[in-house]
Design a binder for this molecule. Structure first.
Ligand code: UD1
Ligand code: CA
Length: 457
């Protein structure tokens, strides 16, 4: 790792985004629960970090805010007019002038770039190149800049619109991302002009200019997936598929069993331990951790949830943000948990809603139990003590505490605190009237027996 070298990453996020047919800037659209911009910045940080500069269009405070959730010190620059990729890079001129060893330029709409690839770009600079670009061979090269090679070295990049018929036959294309030697970067960038088919300042001209200055440029091969740019919703969906394949492969590699990997959807930050088993059709939103040996059964949906070692969740469970499932605890079918801790060994096995609550160690929450946490304006807490037993179909009206080891009778509506080891019943007394049903049938049905009244058969 070239830790002795300093680096500046410039993220171009001025974007046009009209083909997304969205009110939202393109780079704020998400893949695996993280914005396109967030993916790019995460890759930069994993590749060794350094300073981050983000170039945005006018009125893009939301893009800057998103950049800063991933890189708090990111410096923002506005490109007022869209005049080309080199023009966008020069919006960050003052950051470049600070003199990092490596200046890495990445596109905010190219979220599948891997940290290793950014490191390879930097590695090429460390090895003496002044310019390093990513080359790939797309099935259809139309629209991409072509890499003009002379033996092993890169001599120029020709944009599609400016290319001759012969140059258009070249299959090796520019992935867009580029690294420049920080000592030469401004000198190179400032020589770029806009004499071309689009009257834009092309970053790609950096290659020919560096060569003319007696410097070297190199191309580094990458898979097409890594440099996929997102312009449409269809491309967003394709990139999601690529990313999901990567995330599933990483989970398998880390020692989890995914019974049907292609049906499990992970978030970019999902953390899954060893010997975890994930059944088919499970969806993870952002912020989930599943510790070793836990089992997530089919059709569960988790978001912002922590599942402890050896716990069991699902099938058909919903864990919402702030759900903390303790070691060996069980959350069963049709159970929703939000902002609540289900402590070690506790069970909430069937058809319950547990929100803003603590369920103590080893407690058993019966089928259909509901924490009534919301009074129409505020949320309130329910505390269920260790080893407590909540009978089925009970409502716990928060704020309320059920003490350690206490029992709540089935069907109770609990509105007052229950002391430890007490029994609480909060339901109407049962009334029994002997013979009532038989009398009712005689009056209403003129004395027919139950069997005759229902039509026999
Ligand atoms: C660019 C490359 C091309 C390469 C292709 C790979 C140039 C001149 N061409 O072309 O060789 O094959 O990427 O996908 O670099 N941007 C700004 N401000 C601008 C212009 C662009 O911020 O004024 C940003 C865009 O938001 C985008 C990125 O730069 O994130 C690339 O711009 P785009 O117009 O998509 O470049 P391409 O024509 O695709
Ligand atoms: Ca593009």
């Amino acid at each position: 790792m070239p830790t002795h070298r300093t680096s500046l990453a410039i993220v171009l996020a001025a974007g046009e985004g009209t083909r997304m047919r969205s009110r939202r800037p393109k780079v704020l659209h998400a893949l695996a629960g993280r914005s396109l911009l967030g993916h790019v910045i995460a890759a930069i940080r994993q590749a060794g970090g350094g300073a981050v500069a983000v170039v945005v269009g006018p009125d893009h405070a939301d893009v800057v805010a998103e950049a800063r959730t991933h890189a708090p010190d990111a410096e923002a620059f506005v490109q007022d007019e869209r005049r080309g990729t080199a023009h966008a890079v020069l919006a960050a001129r003052t950051a470049i002038a600070c003199g990092a060893d490596d200046v890495v330029i990445v596109f905010g709409d190219t979220p599948l770039i891997r940290p290793q690839t950014l490191q390879r770009l930097k590695g090429a600079l460390a090895a003496g190149a002044a310019v390093a670009v990513l080359g790939f061979r797309p099935r259809d090269p139309t629209g991409y800049g072509r890499l003009l090679m002379d033996g092993g070295s890169l001599t120029a990049i020709r944009e599609d619109r400016d290319a001759s018929a012969q140059e258009r036959t070249i299959g090796l294309c520019n992935g867009g991302l580029m690294a420049l030697d920080g000592r030469q970067a401004l000198a190179i960038l400032e020589r770029i002009d806009d004499r071309n088919a689009k009257n834009e300042f092309y970053l790609t001209d950096a290659v020919a200019i560096a060569r003319a200055m007696g410097l070297t440029a190199v191309a580094i091969d990458v898979e097409e997936d890594e440099v996929r740019g997102i312009n449409t919703r269809a491309q967003l969906a394709e990139a999601e598929a690529v990313l999901q394949r990567r995330l599933r492969a990483a989970a398998l590699e880390a020692g989890a069993t995914l019974v049907a990997p292609e049906t499990v959807f992970l978030a970019a930050d999902t953390v899954i331990g060893r010997d975890v088993v994930i059944e088919p059709n499970v969806v993870f939103g952002p912020g989930c951790v599943v510790e070793d040996e836990a089992v997530i059964l089919a059709f569960s949906h988790l978001q912002g949830a922590h599942v402890g070692k050896g716990a069991s969740v699902g099938p058909f469970a919903r864990l919402r943000p702030g759900a903390r499932i303790g070691a060996r605890a069980k959350v069963g079918n049709f159970v929703e948990v939000k902002a609540a801790a289900i402590e070690a060994g506790a069970k909430v096995n069937h058809l319950s809603y547990i929100g803003n609550a603590t369920v103590g160690e080893g407690a058993n929450v019966g089928a259909g139990t509901i924490t009534c946490n919301y009074d129409g304006s505020a949320k309130h807490h329910t505390e269920i003590g260790k080893g407590a037993f909540i009978g089925s179909n009970s409502s716990l009206v928060a704020p309320v505490t059920v003490g350690d080891g206490a029992y709540v009778g089935s069907g109770s509506v609990i509105t007052r605190d229950v002391p430890a080891d007490a029994l609480a019943l909060g339901r109407a007394q049962q009334v029994v009237r002997e013979g009532w049903a038989a009398r009712w049938r005689r009056i209403r049905l003129g004395g027919k027996s139950k069997h005759e009244a229902s039509g026999g058969a």
